[in-house]
Design a protein around this ligand. Sequence first.
Ligand SMILES: [Fe+2]
Length: 149
Amino acid sequence: MTDLEGTPLEGVRIDVWSDNEDGFYDVQQPGVQPRHNNRGVFVTGPDGRYWFKGIKPVSYPIPDDGPVGQMLGHLGRHPFRPAHMHFIVSREGFETVVTHTFVAGDDYLQSDAVFGVKQSLIAPFEPVVGGDTKWRSTFDFVLNRGEAQ
Ligand SMILES: [Fe+2]
């Protein structure tokens, strides 16, 4: 985590959430998933770094049993979103970033049902051999000085 000049930023709050291995968020499955499943809040250290353990998100279909599904059908589009993680990144004195990062190599990167993919938001997921960690993903956020929104 740095500012635009590349200076590491300590104390940046990272609020992150993602779906489970079946493509559902905790709020979609009360009583099935534990409350706050696959959610976390982290803070960068003095070197601007952050890390956490989680799962590799999976692609999922947006609800398509109503008008949105009818519209997608008329357009000949599928309802899937590429696998992603949601982020709110904030620190006093900087513009808050609300975004998501996408899993590199996902089948739906070129056809996101809600057109959210940008090349700069694609995060690599490198396989890890040995241990209990299967993937490692790095993503560097850069914050712009200004007021939080
Ligand atoms: Fe999502």
